[in-house]
Design a protein around this ligand. Structure first.
Ligand code: NAD
Ligand code: UGA
Length: 474
Protein backbone atom coordinates (compact mmCIF):
# COMPACT_ATOMS: atom_id res chain seq x y z
CA UNK A 1 0.00 0.00 0.00
CA UNK A 2 1.03 3.58 -0.62
CA UNK A 3 1.89 5.56 2.48
CA UNK A 4 1.29 9.24 3.07
CA UNK A 5 2.74 11.41 0.32
CA UNK A 6 5.41 13.82 1.58
CA UNK A 7 7.00 15.00 -1.67
CA UNK A 8 5.26 15.92 -4.91
CA UNK A 9 6.92 16.77 -8.21
CA UNK A 10 4.95 18.53 -10.93
CA UNK A 11 6.43 18.23 -14.43
CA UNK A 12 5.33 21.24 -16.52
CA UNK A 13 5.25 24.75 -15.06
CA UNK A 14 2.45 26.09 -17.25
CA UNK A 15 -1.11 27.37 -16.80
CA UNK A 16 -2.09 24.14 -15.04
CA UNK A 17 1.11 22.99 -13.32
CA UNK A 18 1.94 26.35 -11.70
CA UNK A 19 -1.43 27.28 -10.18
CA UNK A 20 -2.30 23.67 -9.23
CA UNK A 21 1.00 23.19 -7.42
CA UNK A 22 0.67 26.55 -5.66
CA UNK A 23 -2.76 25.68 -4.28
CA UNK A 24 -1.72 22.13 -3.38
CA UNK A 25 1.30 23.47 -1.47
CA UNK A 26 -0.77 26.17 0.24
CA UNK A 27 -3.30 23.71 1.50
CA UNK A 28 -0.74 21.08 2.59
CA UNK A 29 1.94 22.93 4.59
CA UNK A 30 3.74 19.64 5.35
CA UNK A 31 3.94 18.62 1.71
CA UNK A 32 7.00 19.58 -0.33
CA UNK A 33 5.96 20.51 -3.86
CA UNK A 34 8.58 21.01 -6.58
CA UNK A 35 7.54 22.26 -10.01
CA UNK A 36 9.97 21.47 -12.81
CA UNK A 37 10.16 22.49 -16.43
CA UNK A 38 12.63 22.29 -19.30
CA UNK A 39 12.24 26.04 -19.90
CA UNK A 40 14.80 27.96 -17.83
CA UNK A 41 13.02 31.23 -18.64
CA UNK A 42 9.72 29.94 -17.30
CA UNK A 43 11.23 28.59 -14.09
CA UNK A 44 13.15 31.82 -13.45
CA UNK A 45 9.91 33.76 -13.89
CA UNK A 46 8.11 31.50 -11.38
CA UNK A 47 10.86 32.30 -8.88
CA UNK A 48 10.33 36.04 -9.35
CA UNK A 49 7.38 38.37 -8.80
CA UNK A 50 6.85 38.60 -12.58
CA UNK A 51 5.16 35.24 -12.95
CA UNK A 52 5.13 33.80 -16.48
CA UNK A 53 1.32 33.82 -16.59
CA UNK A 54 -1.30 36.31 -15.45
CA UNK A 55 -4.02 34.92 -13.26
CA UNK A 56 -5.94 36.87 -10.59
CA UNK A 57 -4.80 35.86 -7.09
CA UNK A 58 -1.95 33.70 -8.38
CA UNK A 59 0.96 35.81 -7.15
CA UNK A 60 -0.36 35.83 -3.58
CA UNK A 61 -0.93 32.08 -3.68
CA UNK A 62 2.58 31.48 -5.00
CA UNK A 63 4.26 33.81 -2.53
CA UNK A 64 2.55 32.23 0.44
CA UNK A 65 4.00 28.80 -0.24
CA UNK A 66 7.16 29.74 -2.16
CA UNK A 67 8.42 32.54 0.08
CA UNK A 68 6.84 31.38 3.31
CA UNK A 69 4.82 34.59 3.65
CA UNK A 70 2.81 34.79 6.86
CA UNK A 71 5.44 32.90 8.86
CA UNK A 72 5.03 29.61 6.98
CA UNK A 73 7.87 27.28 6.13
CA UNK A 74 8.41 27.52 2.34
CA UNK A 75 7.12 24.36 0.66
CA UNK A 76 6.82 25.29 -3.02
CA UNK A 77 9.94 25.11 -5.17
CA UNK A 78 10.67 25.73 -8.84
CA UNK A 79 13.55 24.03 -10.64
CA UNK A 80 14.89 22.90 -13.98
CA UNK A 81 16.48 19.86 -12.38
CA UNK A 82 13.79 17.43 -13.49
CA UNK A 83 15.72 14.28 -12.59
CA UNK A 84 16.35 15.16 -8.94
CA UNK A 85 12.78 16.28 -8.30
CA UNK A 86 11.44 13.12 -9.94
CA UNK A 87 13.82 10.88 -8.01
CA UNK A 88 12.83 12.41 -4.66
CA UNK A 89 9.05 12.55 -5.09
CA UNK A 90 6.58 9.80 -4.24
CA UNK A 91 3.90 11.39 -6.40
CA UNK A 92 4.52 12.99 -9.80
CA UNK A 93 1.97 15.18 -11.57
CA UNK A 94 2.55 15.24 -15.31
CA UNK A 95 1.14 18.52 -16.50
CA UNK A 96 2.91 19.09 -19.79
CA UNK A 97 1.32 20.45 -22.96
CA UNK A 98 -0.62 18.08 -25.24
CA UNK A 99 -1.32 20.28 -28.28
CA UNK A 100 -2.78 19.23 -31.61
CA UNK A 101 -0.31 17.34 -33.82
CA UNK A 102 0.99 19.46 -36.64
CA UNK A 103 2.57 16.81 -38.83
CA UNK A 104 2.10 13.14 -39.66
CA UNK A 105 -0.89 10.89 -39.08
CA UNK A 106 -3.80 12.78 -37.57
CA UNK A 107 -2.12 16.16 -38.16
CA UNK A 108 -4.47 19.01 -37.24
CA UNK A 109 -6.69 16.65 -35.21
CA UNK A 110 -4.92 14.12 -33.00
CA UNK A 111 -3.18 15.04 -29.73
CA UNK A 112 0.58 15.39 -29.80
CA UNK A 113 1.69 13.12 -26.99
CA UNK A 114 5.44 13.41 -27.46
CA UNK A 115 5.93 15.81 -24.52
CA UNK A 116 3.83 13.58 -22.32
CA UNK A 117 5.63 10.41 -23.38
CA UNK A 118 9.00 12.07 -22.94
CA UNK A 119 8.11 13.08 -19.36
CA UNK A 120 7.00 9.51 -18.60
CA UNK A 121 10.21 8.12 -20.09
CA UNK A 122 12.24 10.46 -17.89
CA UNK A 123 10.39 9.16 -14.84
CA UNK A 124 10.99 5.56 -15.88
CA UNK A 125 14.68 6.19 -16.46
CA UNK A 126 15.51 8.05 -13.26
CA UNK A 127 13.16 6.51 -10.68
CA UNK A 128 14.82 4.17 -8.22
CA UNK A 129 11.85 4.00 -5.81
CA UNK A 130 8.12 3.39 -6.36
CA UNK A 131 6.18 6.27 -7.90
CA UNK A 132 2.59 7.29 -8.33
CA UNK A 133 2.35 9.00 -11.73
CA UNK A 134 -0.59 11.32 -12.21
CA UNK A 135 -1.92 12.26 -15.65
CA UNK A 136 -2.87 15.90 -15.16
CA UNK A 137 -2.52 16.77 -18.83
CA UNK A 138 -5.57 16.20 -21.00
CA UNK A 139 -4.88 13.02 -22.96
CA UNK A 140 -6.78 10.63 -25.23
CA UNK A 141 -8.62 7.74 -23.65
CA UNK A 142 -6.23 4.78 -23.06
CA UNK A 143 -3.08 6.89 -22.69
CA UNK A 144 -2.45 5.54 -19.18
CA UNK A 145 -2.53 2.03 -20.61
CA UNK A 146 0.10 2.92 -23.23
CA UNK A 147 2.30 4.59 -20.65
CA UNK A 148 2.14 1.49 -18.47
CA UNK A 149 3.75 -0.43 -21.32
CA UNK A 150 6.62 2.07 -21.57
CA UNK A 151 7.17 2.08 -17.82
CA UNK A 152 7.31 -1.67 -17.55
CA UNK A 153 9.70 -1.87 -20.50
CA UNK A 154 12.24 0.68 -19.32
CA UNK A 155 11.70 1.13 -15.58
CA UNK A 156 14.34 -0.16 -13.12
CA UNK A 157 13.64 -3.74 -12.01
CA UNK A 158 11.76 -3.86 -8.73
CA UNK A 159 10.44 -0.27 -9.04
CA UNK A 160 6.65 -0.10 -9.14
CA UNK A 161 4.70 2.55 -11.00
CA UNK A 162 1.03 3.25 -10.56
CA UNK A 163 -0.62 5.54 -13.11
CA UNK A 164 -3.64 7.62 -12.17
CA UNK A 165 -5.78 9.89 -14.29
CA UNK A 166 -6.59 13.15 -12.53
CA UNK A 167 -7.72 15.65 -15.17
CA UNK A 168 -7.85 19.36 -14.44
CA UNK A 169 -11.03 21.39 -14.94
CA UNK A 170 -9.82 24.91 -14.10
CA UNK A 171 -10.57 27.73 -16.51
CA UNK A 172 -8.03 30.48 -17.10
CA UNK A 173 -8.86 33.79 -15.48
CA UNK A 174 -10.53 31.96 -12.58
CA UNK A 175 -7.84 29.31 -11.96
CA UNK A 176 -7.34 30.11 -8.27
CA UNK A 177 -11.02 30.05 -7.20
CA UNK A 178 -11.56 27.00 -9.46
CA UNK A 179 -8.71 25.18 -7.72
CA UNK A 180 -9.73 26.31 -4.24
CA UNK A 181 -13.31 25.16 -4.65
CA UNK A 182 -13.48 22.63 -7.46
CA UNK A 183 -16.90 21.23 -8.47
CA UNK A 184 -15.23 17.84 -8.23
CA UNK A 185 -11.84 16.16 -8.15
CA UNK A 186 -11.77 13.21 -10.50
CA UNK A 187 -9.36 10.33 -9.94
CA UNK A 188 -9.19 7.36 -12.29
CA UNK A 189 -7.23 4.24 -11.38
CA UNK A 190 -6.92 0.55 -12.03
CA UNK A 191 -9.36 -1.49 -9.99
CA UNK A 192 -6.51 -3.39 -8.26
CA UNK A 193 -5.30 -3.14 -4.68
CA UNK A 194 -2.27 -1.09 -5.79
CA UNK A 195 -4.36 1.12 -8.08
CA UNK A 196 -6.93 1.85 -5.40
CA UNK A 197 -4.28 2.55 -2.79
CA UNK A 198 -2.52 5.02 -5.11
CA UNK A 199 -5.87 6.72 -5.76
CA UNK A 200 -6.43 6.94 -2.00
CA UNK A 201 -2.99 8.51 -1.49
CA UNK A 202 -3.77 11.20 -4.09
CA UNK A 203 -7.26 11.71 -2.63
CA UNK A 204 -5.64 12.38 0.77
CA UNK A 205 -3.62 15.25 -0.73
CA UNK A 206 -6.81 16.86 -2.09
CA UNK A 207 -8.78 16.11 1.07
CA UNK A 208 -6.71 18.78 2.81
CA UNK A 209 -9.14 21.29 1.28
CA UNK A 210 -11.74 19.48 -0.87
CA UNK A 211 -14.71 17.78 0.86
CA UNK A 212 -14.40 13.99 0.54
CA UNK A 213 -17.77 13.71 -1.21
CA UNK A 214 -16.43 15.92 -4.02
CA UNK A 215 -13.50 13.60 -4.67
CA UNK A 216 -14.77 10.95 -7.03
CA UNK A 217 -13.00 7.83 -8.22
CA UNK A 218 -13.58 5.60 -11.22
CA UNK A 219 -11.71 3.55 -13.77
CA UNK A 220 -8.90 5.22 -15.71
CA UNK A 221 -10.58 5.08 -19.11
CA UNK A 222 -13.73 6.78 -17.83
CA UNK A 223 -11.69 9.47 -16.13
CA UNK A 224 -9.62 10.18 -19.25
CA UNK A 225 -12.72 10.31 -21.42
CA UNK A 226 -14.67 12.42 -18.90
CA UNK A 227 -12.18 15.25 -19.36
CA UNK A 228 -12.57 15.30 -23.14
CA UNK A 229 -16.33 14.92 -22.71
CA UNK A 230 -16.54 17.91 -20.35
CA UNK A 231 -14.69 20.20 -22.74
CA UNK A 232 -16.65 18.89 -25.72
CA UNK A 233 -19.98 19.53 -23.99
CA UNK A 234 -18.93 23.02 -22.87
CA UNK A 235 -17.71 23.93 -26.36
CA UNK A 236 -20.87 22.43 -27.85
CA UNK A 237 -23.03 24.77 -25.75
CA UNK A 238 -21.14 27.79 -27.06
CA UNK A 239 -21.40 26.60 -30.65
CA UNK A 240 -25.12 25.95 -30.15
CA UNK A 241 -25.75 29.44 -28.84
CA UNK A 242 -23.54 30.93 -31.56
CA UNK A 243 -25.45 29.00 -34.24
CA UNK A 244 -28.66 30.43 -32.77
CA UNK A 245 -27.12 33.91 -32.85
CA UNK A 246 -27.02 33.67 -36.65
CA UNK A 247 -30.74 32.84 -36.64
CA UNK A 248 -31.33 35.85 -34.35
CA UNK A 249 -29.53 38.21 -36.70
CA UNK A 250 -31.64 36.97 -39.59
CA UNK A 251 -34.98 37.14 -37.77
CA UNK A 252 -34.87 40.06 -35.38
CA UNK A 253 -34.73 37.90 -32.25
CA UNK A 254 -32.13 38.85 -29.61
CA UNK A 255 -29.69 36.11 -28.55
CA UNK A 256 -29.29 37.59 -25.06
CA UNK A 257 -33.03 37.20 -24.52
CA UNK A 258 -33.12 33.73 -26.05
CA UNK A 259 -30.16 32.63 -23.93
CA UNK A 260 -31.76 34.06 -20.79
CA UNK A 261 -35.05 32.35 -21.51
CA UNK A 262 -33.58 28.91 -22.16
CA UNK A 263 -31.02 29.19 -19.36
CA UNK A 264 -33.76 29.55 -16.74
CA UNK A 265 -34.73 25.96 -17.46
CA UNK A 266 -32.78 24.25 -14.69
CA UNK A 267 -32.10 21.31 -17.00
CA UNK A 268 -30.24 23.67 -19.34
CA UNK A 269 -28.72 26.16 -16.89
CA UNK A 270 -27.37 29.67 -17.49
CA UNK A 271 -23.63 29.09 -17.75
CA UNK A 272 -21.58 28.85 -20.96
CA UNK A 273 -24.45 30.23 -23.04
CA UNK A 274 -23.00 33.62 -23.88
CA UNK A 275 -22.92 34.24 -27.62
CA UNK A 276 -19.57 35.55 -28.84
CA UNK A 277 -17.28 36.03 -31.80
CA UNK A 278 -16.25 32.42 -31.15
CA UNK A 279 -14.51 30.45 -28.43
CA UNK A 280 -10.75 30.45 -28.17
CA UNK A 281 -8.21 29.08 -25.72
CA UNK A 282 -5.72 26.29 -25.92
CA UNK A 283 -8.13 23.49 -25.15
CA UNK A 284 -11.66 23.57 -26.55
CA UNK A 285 -10.69 23.21 -30.20
CA UNK A 286 -7.87 20.76 -29.53
CA UNK A 287 -9.92 18.56 -27.22
CA UNK A 288 -13.01 18.49 -29.44
CA UNK A 289 -10.83 17.61 -32.43
CA UNK A 290 -9.07 14.97 -30.37
CA UNK A 291 -12.42 13.42 -29.43
CA UNK A 292 -13.47 13.50 -33.09
CA UNK A 293 -10.20 11.89 -34.12
CA UNK A 294 -10.51 9.14 -31.50
CA UNK A 295 -14.06 8.47 -32.75
CA UNK A 296 -12.76 8.27 -36.29
CA UNK A 297 -10.04 5.79 -35.37
CA UNK A 298 -12.71 3.71 -33.58
CA UNK A 299 -14.66 3.58 -36.88
CA UNK A 300 -17.38 5.89 -35.64
CA UNK A 301 -17.47 8.43 -38.48
CA UNK A 302 -20.93 9.82 -37.57
CA UNK A 303 -19.75 10.53 -34.03
CA UNK A 304 -16.60 12.17 -35.36
CA UNK A 305 -18.61 14.37 -37.73
CA UNK A 306 -20.93 15.42 -34.90
CA UNK A 307 -18.08 16.70 -32.72
CA UNK A 308 -16.22 18.25 -35.64
CA UNK A 309 -19.30 20.34 -36.40
CA UNK A 310 -18.79 22.07 -33.02
CA UNK A 311 -15.45 23.38 -34.28
CA UNK A 312 -16.88 24.11 -37.74
CA UNK A 313 -19.58 26.36 -36.26
CA UNK A 314 -16.89 28.18 -34.29
CA UNK A 315 -14.90 28.89 -37.46
CA UNK A 316 -18.13 29.95 -39.18
CA UNK A 317 -18.92 32.34 -36.33
CA UNK A 318 -15.55 34.11 -36.58
CA UNK A 319 -15.90 34.30 -40.35
CA UNK A 320 -19.47 35.58 -40.17
CA UNK A 321 -18.37 38.34 -37.79
CA UNK A 322 -15.56 39.58 -40.05
CA UNK A 323 -17.75 39.41 -43.16
CA UNK A 324 -20.31 41.58 -41.39
CA UNK A 325 -17.61 44.13 -40.52
CA UNK A 326 -16.42 44.29 -44.10
CA UNK A 327 -19.94 44.64 -45.44
CA UNK A 328 -20.90 47.36 -42.95
CA UNK A 329 -17.75 49.30 -43.83
CA UNK A 330 -18.95 49.48 -47.44
CA UNK A 331 -16.94 46.48 -48.61
CA UNK A 332 -13.66 48.31 -48.55
CA UNK A 333 -11.24 48.43 -45.66
CA UNK A 334 -8.24 49.60 -47.64
CA UNK A 335 -6.32 52.03 -45.43
CA UNK A 336 -9.22 52.46 -43.01
CA UNK A 337 -8.09 52.70 -39.42
CA UNK A 338 -9.84 50.24 -37.12
CA UNK A 339 -9.41 49.84 -33.35
CA UNK A 340 -9.22 46.31 -31.97
CA UNK A 341 -10.06 46.18 -28.25
CA UNK A 342 -8.88 42.96 -26.67
CA UNK A 343 -6.55 40.31 -28.02
CA UNK A 344 -6.70 37.65 -25.26
CA UNK A 345 -9.12 34.77 -25.82
CA UNK A 346 -11.12 35.80 -22.75
CA UNK A 347 -10.92 38.36 -19.95
CA UNK A 348 -8.53 38.11 -17.00
CA UNK A 349 -5.79 36.26 -18.84
CA UNK A 350 -2.84 37.26 -20.99
CA UNK A 351 -3.22 34.01 -22.93
CA UNK A 352 -3.89 34.34 -26.67
CA UNK A 353 -3.83 30.71 -27.72
CA UNK A 354 -6.52 30.19 -30.42
CA UNK A 355 -7.91 33.65 -29.66
CA UNK A 356 -10.64 34.71 -32.09
CA UNK A 357 -8.75 38.01 -32.30
CA UNK A 358 -5.96 36.36 -34.30
CA UNK A 359 -8.38 35.18 -36.99
CA UNK A 360 -10.27 38.47 -37.10
CA UNK A 361 -7.04 40.50 -37.38
CA UNK A 362 -5.78 38.21 -40.12
CA UNK A 363 -8.96 38.65 -42.17
CA UNK A 364 -8.99 42.42 -41.75
CA UNK A 365 -5.32 42.86 -42.67
CA UNK A 366 -6.01 40.73 -45.75
CA UNK A 367 -8.43 43.55 -46.70
CA UNK A 368 -5.58 46.02 -46.12
CA UNK A 369 -7.13 47.66 -43.06
CA UNK A 370 -4.86 49.58 -40.67
CA UNK A 371 -5.40 48.16 -37.20
CA UNK A 372 -4.54 49.53 -33.77
CA UNK A 373 -4.72 46.87 -31.11
CA UNK A 374 -5.15 47.40 -27.38
CA UNK A 375 -5.16 44.68 -24.74
CA UNK A 376 -4.44 45.36 -21.06
CA UNK A 377 -2.68 42.02 -20.39
CA UNK A 378 -1.22 40.56 -23.55
CA UNK A 379 2.51 41.20 -24.04
CA UNK A 380 3.49 42.98 -27.27
CA UNK A 381 5.91 40.20 -28.10
CA UNK A 382 3.05 37.70 -27.88
CA UNK A 383 0.86 39.65 -30.33
CA UNK A 384 3.66 39.76 -32.90
CA UNK A 385 4.43 36.11 -32.41
CA UNK A 386 0.76 35.21 -33.02
CA UNK A 387 0.47 37.46 -36.06
CA UNK A 388 3.69 36.10 -37.51
CA UNK A 389 2.14 32.66 -37.66
CA UNK A 390 -0.80 33.77 -39.83
CA UNK A 391 -0.83 33.42 -43.62
CA UNK A 392 -0.13 37.13 -43.93
CA UNK A 393 3.32 37.01 -42.36
CA UNK A 394 5.12 39.48 -40.14
CA UNK A 395 6.32 42.18 -42.60
CA UNK A 396 2.80 42.96 -43.85
CA UNK A 397 1.45 42.73 -40.28
CA UNK A 398 4.05 45.24 -39.07
CA UNK A 399 3.04 47.55 -41.92
CA UNK A 400 -0.67 47.41 -41.06
CA UNK A 401 -0.82 46.89 -37.31
CA UNK A 402 0.07 49.22 -34.42
CA UNK A 403 -0.02 48.16 -30.78
CA UNK A 404 -1.44 50.78 -28.42
CA UNK A 405 -1.14 51.29 -24.69
CA UNK A 406 -4.58 52.79 -24.13
CA UNK A 407 -8.09 52.36 -25.48
CA UNK A 408 -8.15 55.99 -26.57
CA UNK A 409 -4.92 55.76 -28.57
CA UNK A 410 -6.38 52.77 -30.32
CA UNK A 411 -9.67 54.53 -31.10
CA UNK A 412 -8.27 57.88 -32.30
CA UNK A 413 -9.03 58.56 -35.99
CA UNK A 414 -10.62 55.18 -36.46
CA UNK A 415 -13.60 54.32 -38.64
CA UNK A 416 -14.62 51.46 -36.41
CA UNK A 417 -14.04 49.92 -32.99
CA UNK A 418 -14.12 46.14 -32.67
CA UNK A 419 -14.46 44.55 -29.24
CA UNK A 420 -12.97 41.06 -29.14
CA UNK A 421 -12.35 40.42 -25.42
CA UNK A 422 -14.90 41.09 -22.68
CA UNK A 423 -12.44 42.90 -20.38
CA UNK A 424 -14.46 44.20 -17.45
CA UNK A 425 -12.04 44.96 -14.63
CA UNK A 426 -11.59 48.65 -14.24
CA UNK A 427 -7.81 48.50 -14.61
CA UNK A 428 -8.24 47.40 -18.23
CA UNK A 429 -9.78 50.76 -19.13
CA UNK A 430 -12.47 49.15 -21.27
CA UNK A 431 -15.57 49.08 -19.06
CA UNK A 432 -15.11 52.69 -18.02
CA UNK A 433 -14.49 53.88 -21.55
CA UNK A 434 -15.66 57.39 -22.14
CA UNK A 435 -17.63 56.74 -25.32
CA UNK A 436 -18.49 60.41 -25.74
CA UNK A 437 -14.76 61.10 -25.91
CA UNK A 438 -14.27 58.20 -28.32
CA UNK A 439 -17.01 59.68 -30.51
CA UNK A 440 -15.16 63.00 -30.56
CA UNK A 441 -11.97 61.42 -31.92
CA UNK A 442 -13.43 58.97 -34.47
CA UNK A 443 -14.17 59.39 -38.14
CA UNK A 444 -17.74 59.46 -39.45
CA UNK A 445 -19.79 57.32 -39.81
CA UNK A 446 -18.71 55.62 -36.56
CA UNK A 447 -19.12 51.89 -36.12
CA UNK A 448 -18.81 49.65 -33.08
CA UNK A 449 -18.69 45.90 -33.67
CA UNK A 450 -19.22 44.20 -30.34
CA UNK A 451 -17.98 40.63 -30.53
CA UNK A 452 -18.84 40.07 -26.85
CA UNK A 453 -22.16 41.86 -26.37
CA UNK A 454 -20.75 44.04 -23.62
CA UNK A 455 -21.65 47.59 -24.70
CA UNK A 456 -24.87 49.40 -23.95
CA UNK A 457 -26.19 49.49 -27.50
CA UNK A 458 -28.84 52.17 -27.11
CA UNK A 459 -26.52 54.46 -25.13
CA UNK A 460 -23.93 54.24 -27.89
CA UNK A 461 -26.56 54.76 -30.56
CA UNK A 462 -27.61 57.94 -28.77
CA UNK A 463 -24.01 59.12 -29.12
CA UNK A 464 -24.22 58.58 -32.85
CA UNK A 465 -22.54 55.18 -33.15
CA UNK A 466 -23.85 52.45 -35.39
CA UNK A 467 -23.59 49.36 -33.20
CA UNK A 468 -23.44 45.79 -34.46
CA UNK A 469 -23.69 43.08 -31.81
CA UNK A 470 -23.65 39.30 -31.97
CA UNK A 471 -27.11 37.83 -32.41
CA UNK A 472 -29.01 41.10 -32.33
CA UNK A 473 -30.80 42.83 -35.15
CA UNK A 474 -28.61 45.56 -36.73
P1 NAD B 1 1.59 25.01 -20.97
O1 NAD B 1 2.07 24.98 -22.36
O2 NAD B 1 1.25 26.32 -20.34
O3 NAD B 1 2.65 24.31 -20.00
C1 NAD B 1 3.25 23.11 -20.27
C2 NAD B 1 4.69 23.16 -19.80
O4 NAD B 1 5.27 21.86 -19.87
C3 NAD B 1 5.60 24.08 -20.62
O5 NAD B 1 6.16 25.07 -19.79
C4 NAD B 1 6.67 23.12 -21.19
O6 NAD B 1 7.95 23.72 -21.26
C5 NAD B 1 6.65 22.00 -20.19
N1 NAD B 1 7.17 20.72 -20.69
C6 NAD B 1 6.86 20.08 -21.83
N2 NAD B 1 7.49 18.91 -21.90
C7 NAD B 1 8.24 18.78 -20.77
C8 NAD B 1 9.10 17.78 -20.26
N3 NAD B 1 9.30 16.63 -20.91
N4 NAD B 1 9.70 17.99 -19.06
C9 NAD B 1 9.49 19.14 -18.39
N5 NAD B 1 8.66 20.12 -18.81
C10 NAD B 1 8.03 19.94 -19.99
O7 NAD B 1 0.33 24.04 -20.92
P2 NAD B 1 -0.97 24.16 -19.98
O8 NAD B 1 -1.91 25.18 -20.53
O9 NAD B 1 -0.55 24.24 -18.57
O10 NAD B 1 -1.64 22.74 -20.25
C11 NAD B 1 -1.06 21.54 -19.77
C12 NAD B 1 -2.06 20.41 -19.92
O11 NAD B 1 -3.21 20.67 -19.13
C13 NAD B 1 -2.58 20.21 -21.34
O12 NAD B 1 -2.76 18.84 -21.56
C14 NAD B 1 -3.92 20.90 -21.33
O13 NAD B 1 -4.82 20.32 -22.24
C15 NAD B 1 -4.39 20.65 -19.92
N6 NAD B 1 -5.32 21.66 -19.38
C16 NAD B 1 -5.07 23.00 -19.56
C17 NAD B 1 -5.92 23.95 -19.00
C18 NAD B 1 -5.69 25.42 -19.18
O14 NAD B 1 -6.51 26.20 -18.74
N7 NAD B 1 -4.62 25.87 -19.80
C19 NAD B 1 -6.98 23.52 -18.20
C20 NAD B 1 -7.19 22.16 -18.02
C21 NAD B 1 -6.34 21.23 -18.60
C1 UGA C 1 -12.06 25.66 -20.51
C2 UGA C 1 -13.01 24.97 -19.54
O1 UGA C 1 -13.99 25.92 -19.10
C3 UGA C 1 -12.27 24.39 -18.35
O2 UGA C 1 -13.17 23.68 -17.52
C4 UGA C 1 -11.18 23.45 -18.85
O3 UGA C 1 -10.43 22.94 -17.76
C5 UGA C 1 -10.26 24.20 -19.79
O4 UGA C 1 -11.04 24.74 -20.89
C6 UGA C 1 -9.20 23.35 -20.39
O5 UGA C 1 -9.32 22.14 -20.45
O6 UGA C 1 -8.25 23.99 -20.85
P1 UGA C 1 -10.89 28.04 -20.64
O7 UGA C 1 -10.67 27.70 -22.06
O8 UGA C 1 -9.75 28.54 -19.87
O9 UGA C 1 -11.48 26.78 -19.85
O10 UGA C 1 -12.02 29.17 -20.53
P2 UGA C 1 -13.60 29.20 -20.75
O11 UGA C 1 -14.14 30.12 -19.75
O12 UGA C 1 -14.21 27.87 -20.84
O13 UGA C 1 -13.72 29.94 -22.15
C7 UGA C 1 -13.28 29.35 -23.35
C8 UGA C 1 -13.69 30.23 -24.52
O14 UGA C 1 -15.10 30.23 -24.71
C9 UGA C 1 -13.30 31.69 -24.35
O15 UGA C 1 -12.86 32.23 -25.57
C10 UGA C 1 -14.58 32.35 -23.91
O16 UGA C 1 -14.63 33.71 -24.21
C11 UGA C 1 -15.59 31.57 -24.70
N1 UGA C 1 -16.94 31.55 -24.10
C12 UGA C 1 -17.11 31.05 -22.84
C13 UGA C 1 -18.03 32.01 -24.82
O17 UGA C 1 -17.89 32.45 -25.97
N2 UGA C 1 -19.27 31.96 -24.25
C14 UGA C 1 -19.47 31.47 -23.00
O18 UGA C 1 -20.63 31.44 -22.55
C15 UGA C 1 -18.36 31.00 -22.28
Amino acid sequence: PHGKVTKVCCIGAGYVGGPTSAVMANKNPDLQVTVVDLSIKRIEAWKSDQLPIYEPGLLDAVKLARDGDGGRKPNLFFSTDVDTAVREAELILVSVNTPTKITGTGAGRASELSYFESAVRTIAEVATTDKIIVEKSTVPCRTAENMREILSAIGHPGVNFEILSNPEFLAEGTAIPDLMEPDRILIGSLNTAAGLSAAAALADVYAAWVPRENIITMNTFSSELAKLAANALLAQRISSINALSAVCEATGADIEEVSYAVGLDTRIGRKMLKASVGFGGSCFKKDVLSLAYISETLHLPEVAAYWRSVVDINEYQKDRFTKRIIQCLFNSLKNKKIAILGFAYKKDTGDTRESAAITVVESLVAEDAKLSIYDPRVEEEQVWSDLKQTHIGLPKMKENVTLCSSVYDACADSHAVIILTEWDDTSSGMPRMDWAHVASVMRRPMFVFDGRNVVDKSKLEDLGFRVECIGKPG
